[in-house]
Design a protein around this ligand. Structure first.
Ligand code: SAM
Length: 189
């Protein structure tokens, strides 16, 4: 991530926006259950939303420095931070009650790797478990925010078929939340 982006994702403003805007949606969308996987936690303000609400959170972060910083900050809590790739976690199949993915898909350079991530999330979920995600829409303002950074937005028109190809059912998409976000929910049959 570029430094402006990283600073924003660790800021009190982002924390407040998550609490005001994203948390009510998470709470309405699904009972997350007892054992939640979060992929792409970054500085971990999304992890903070989850960890007070569920018994255990496992957070998989690709960036080694961010993974180390988050592991240090949340040492001794109900969060286990793993430095790894969410498209190939090595975690047990059929384990998690829910998987969450907030603003990270567009940081994966190739759509094929995003598809591998969807299949991996389906593999590690329990039957009946929920995959819950938010990602950025493709617009000029968001592109500017990602200058010198990876930006591979997902197309909300093709996302349902991609999630179904990965094994999910019961897919619900909100394709345009305030012009900035796509939100989705899917279930492992
Ligand atoms: C924009 S940040 C989102 C942080 C946080 N979820 C939030 O919404 O505040 C995206 C994060 O996803 C991580 N990431 C990108 N590709 C990943 C992958 N394949 N596996 C795990 N994490 C990944 C990046 O390193 C970055 O920390």
């Amino acid at each position: 991530m570029n430094q402006t982006h990283l600073d924003f994702l660790g800021s009190p403003e982002w924390g407040e926006m998550l609490k005001a805007d994203v948390l009510p949606w998470i709470e309405a969308a699904s009972d997350l259950g007892d054992d939640v996987l979060e992929v792409g936690p970054g500085p971990g303000l999304t992890t903070d939303l989850l960890r007070g609400r569920v018994q255990k959170v496992t957070a998989v972060e690709l960036d080694p420095d961010l993974a180390t910083a988050l592991a240090e900050r949340l040492a001794g809590t109900n969060v286990e931070v793993i430095h790894g790739d969410a498209s190939d976690t090595g975690l047990a199949s059929d384990r998690f009650s829910a998987v969450t993915c907030f603003s990270m898909l567009h940081h994966i350079p190739e759509p094929e790797t995003q598809d591998r991530l969807f299949a991996e999330m389906c593999r590690v979920l329990r039957s009946g478990g929920t995959f819950l995600g938010i990602d950025s829409r493709d617009n000029d303002m968001i592109r500017e925010f990602h200058v010198d950074d990876v930006f591979t937005p997902v197309d909300p028109a093709t996302l349902p078929a991609r999630l179904e190809s990965a094994g999910f059912g019961d897919v619900t998409i909100e394709p345009d939340v305030s012009g900035f976000q796509i939100r989705f929910r899917a279930t492992k049959p």
